[in-house]
Write a protein that binds this ligand. Structure first.
Ligand code: NAD
Length: 508
């Protein structure tokens, strides 16, 4: 497909040529260096972005703080009505935003559209949430006293996002933060700046219409110019950061030093267990999408596969066959299942992992090579490993699946948990006993544990996130909204006496 022909999408978002990477209540003239946005399919430059400099940083964060001071007093359901309009605007731009994700992040068309749908879904969720920011009430031990808690807005939220969900992760944070009464300062990955600019424009148009320009700020910059200052900035009481464990280690420590809150969504190393009772058709499609979908560039991608020894050979034969028939190529063609990696650095990481796996005793069953030609394409690799060799404990952000066998379920669960990361996990089994074991307190230690559903492709309604080096944060559905608010416990005395708690006497 001629990607140049698709670039009129840039005109529709008015972002041809060199575009500023800083916006508060209006677009600012950026003063940082100029970077390229590159199409990973063709290697061609899509557009250029001038990064935010220190002055723009200051202006955008100050405006977000000012906007918060006003926005926090708007009733939450009224905030929800405005977010409803933002959600509607995302619906109207779904096609174009999805196309942009395919062009800039290399996702296949249906996954690009699916990501925008995820942003729409969290918008709809947030609108409902705006009428459900419930606190509890408690019975006071003192007569004619009332105790309750309420949830107040927190402040301007700093949102740092990764390249692989260039729109949805912002929406997960921004939609909920906004109904909670917070403002948002977004630092997207500098690998996907166009997705951020376009999304910001769509949302900001609605906010401007209602006089709330500056509530959503955008600062495109690197970790030194923007990321680091956000981490140190006390005007941002919460930093929600999505990306590698290395990034999270630095952000988590920095934010803790100033007693800020951090919400960390970091790397995963997700495994699937297939036992001897499993429906193998289900398992095959679950494993395939998990391992090669999004070219292995999801935090929830399946990276390790544990097969019961009695079914291993036949399952591997079917999986190998499926890998051989994968259609790799232009993500904008309907027939394509696997698009490119994001850049040359990711191709190098993939090649390194394949080399180490082989040196450590693994056998590449299928794939394992970069594909010559333009773009950052690799063949999804299936690697049979004799045991849990060191490379299987690392997250390589590429389509590599390490396969090994197990004898007992407890062995498989132990090995699944025996990695530093703790994001997503799955068992394929028709045995109630095996599934319940897997979900029990002695089962999977991950934030997400599924039965007969693969590791990737979460719905927005659940709390999303993981344990250990995945960072411990929870985003999106369930009660994840609580981190965007501050809890206040209130006691009201409507008696004429002043009894103290615990029966303490303090009378003159
Ligand atoms: P990355 O860590 O390279 O970058 C993520 C973001 O953090 C970027 O905006 C980057 O500029 C910024 N950043 C990096 N170092 C920083 C620092 N020291 N201070 C402040 N900001 C900093 O990650 P990536 O390559 O964009 O994304 C892939 C990684 O993200 C994978 O490890 C993947 O598992 C993870 N991820 C996790 C989740 C999740 O929800 N758990 C979701 C998506 C991606």
């Amino acid at each position: 497909m001629d990607h140049n022909a698709l670039l009129d999408v840039l005109d529709r978002f008015e972002m041809r040529g060199v575009h500023s990477g800083a916006a508060g209540s209006s677009w600012l003239k950026a003063s940082g260096k100029i970077i390229d946005s590159v199409d990973p399919t063709t290697g061609q430059v899509l557009a250029q972005i001038q990064l935010a400099g220190p002055e723009e940083y200051e202006k955008v964060v100050a405006e977000a703080h000012e906007a918060f001071l006003e926005w926090r007093m708007i009733p939450a359901p009224k905030r929800g009505e405005i977010i409803d309009e933002v959600t509607q605007a995302l619906r109207e731009h779904k096609e174009d935003l999805g196309l942009l994700i395919s062009l800039e992040a290399g996702k296949i068309r249906s996954e690009g559209l699916g990501e925008v749908q995820e942003a729409i879904d969290i918008g709809a969720f947030s609108v409902g949430l705006s009428r459900q920011l419930y606190g509890l009430s408690m019975h006071s031990e003192r007569p004619e006293h009332r105790m309750f808690e309420q949830w107040h807005p927190l402040g301007a939220v700093g949102v740092i996002t990764s390249f692989n969900f260039p729109i949805a992760v912002w929406a997960w944070n921004a939609m909920i933060a906004a109904v909670a009464g917070d403002s948002v300062v977004w630092k997207p990955s500098s690998k996907t700046p166009l997705c951020a600019i376009a999304t910001h424009k769509v949302a900001d148009k609605v906010m401007q219409k209602h006089g709330w320009g500056g509530l959503f700020g955008l600062l495109i910059g690197d970790r030194h110019g923007v990321g680091g200052p956000m981490v140190d900035d006390v005007r941002l009481p919460l930093i929600s950061a999505t990306g590698s464990t290395e990034m999270g280690r630095s952000v988590g420590v920095g934010v803790a030093k100033r007693f800020g809150r951090s919400l960390l969504e970091l790397g995963g190393n997700n495994a699937v267990i297939v036992d001897q009772t499993a429906d193998q058709n289900l398992a095959l499609s679950g494993v395939l999408f998990g391992a090669v979908g999004t070219a292995g560039q999801r935090c929830t991608s399946t990276r390790r596969l544990f097969l019961h020894e009695s079914i291993a050979d036949s399952f591997i034969a079917r999986l190998t066959g499926a890998y051989k028939s994968l259609r790799i190529g232009d993500p904008l063609l309907d027939s394509t299942l696997v698009g490119p990696l994001i850049d040359e650095g990711s191709v190098k990481d993939y090649e390194r992992a394949i080399r180490l796996a082989t040196e450590q005793g693994g056998e590449v069953l299928v794939g394992g090579k970069r594909i010559d030609g333009p773009g950052s394409f690799v063949e999804p690799a299936l690697v049979r490993v004799p045991s849990d060799i060191p490379i299987t404990k690392e997250e390589t952000f590429a389509p590599i699946l390490y396969v090994s066998t197990f004898k007992t379920l407890s062995e498989a669960i132990f090995r699944q948990n025996d990695v530093p990361q703790g994001l997503s996990s799955a068992i394929f089994s028709d045995s109630v006993r095996a599934s319940e074991n897997f979900l029990s307190a002695k089962g999977s230690d991950c934030g997400i544990a599924n039965v007969n559903v693969g590791t990737s492709g979460a719905e927005i309604g659940g709390a999303f996130g993981g344990e250990k080096e995945t960072g411990g944060g929870r985003e999106s559905g369930s009660d994840s909204w609580k981190i965007y608010m501050r809890r206040q416990t209130n006691t009201v005395n409507w008696s004429t006496q002043m009894p103290l708690a615990q029966g303490v006497k303090f009378d003159l």
